[in-house]
Design a protein. Structure first.
Ligand code: GLN
Length: 278
């Protein structure tokens, strides 16, 4: 079978199973052939070997069962960085690039200490380090598999960040930072969003929080105060409908300059605040 035929046929099969069927099949076939998506267009008459065809078929079958493309290829691009992914962490999402942009906008100093809590693949910490090489970037995660993955991504990309295993601040006694960022779990366990798409395959520990999804957001707002330098910022990603309650928590805990920022779709998704009040 030729490349163009294989793509067409697989895209038709996935049409009802994925909102991005055509993109999915291109990414999967490029992965099988070890080529770029552009290559597929240039060499659309290349004939697949039996082995290539069978590997591709197996991936299309897995994708049609709902498995995320990023777990099938083991990779996902974030902030222009190619990251390894696996089932022990959340798949980095374009939405979270908003958190990176907001962090770069709020801290202009070429040096400083930054912490990423619940780093997963290391996406946010690595994006920040790639933009501000002078920053000392630390990243923690509670899950061993995530710590190993973030470590490996940092090594492969040649970006020096310190990755430590820690349940939020537990292993960071006495450490203080100029900026703390996090994309914590913030989805309510009853949210219908969890029944569709990639989230069904992702670790619940990275997605779901008790107290209607606010448990970790509120915990971080309370406990970050002991780990921020004077005039340090805490910056959190949250759901589009959670801004008000998150700002309320920042207010009650005595922060100032509280502001919610929008993602590329215009949704309020990141709230940041200064500690302590000026
Ligand atoms: N924004 C992600 C989603 O909607 C969830 C990320 C998170 O819980 N931190 O799938």
């Amino acid at each position: 079978m030729r490349v163009d035929e294989a793509l067409e046929c697989a895209a038709t099969r996935l049409r009802d199973r994925s909102e991005s069927a055509r993109l999915d099949v291109e990414v999967l076939l490029a992965h099988v052939l070890g080529k770029t998506r552009t290559w597929l267009y240039t060499w659309n008459d290349h004939v697949l070997t039996q082995a290539e065809f069978e590997t591709f078929e197996a991936l299309i079958q897995a994708r049609s069962n709902g498995e995320p493309v990023a777990y099938l290829t083991g990779q996902r691009e974030f902030w222009g960085l190619m990251l390894d992914t696996n089932a022990s962490t959340l798949i980095p999402r374009p939405d979270t690039e908003t958190l990176v942009q907001c962090a770069l906008d709020v801290m202009h100093a070429p040096t400083g200490c930054v912490l990423d809590l619940g780093t997963g693949t290391g996406a946010v910490a690595l994006a920040l380090k790639s933009e501000r090489p002078g920053w000392q970037v630390s990243a923690v995660d509670r899950v061993d598999g995530a710590v190993a993955l973030a470590h490996e991504n940092a090594r492969r990309l040649g970006l020096e960040i310190a990755v430590t295993q820690s349940d939020w601040f537990k292993a960071l006694a006495g450490e203080r930072f100029d900026l703390i960022v996090s994309n914590p779990p913030y989805i309510d366990a009853n949210d219908a969003h969890l029944e569709r798409g990639d989230v069904r395959f992702e670790p619940h520990s990275a997605l779901i929080a008790s107290n209607e999804g606010y448990r970790d957001l509120e915990y971080l707002i309370e406990h970050a105060r002991a780990h921020l330098n004077p005039q340090g910022f805490l910056m959190l990603e949250h759901g589009f409908a959670q801004g008000e309650r998150v700002r309320g928590a920042f207010e009650r805990m005595g922060y100032s300059a509280i502001e919610t920022l929008k993602d590329l779709a215009g949704q309020p998704r990141v709230t940041r605040a200064l500690w302590p009040a000026r």
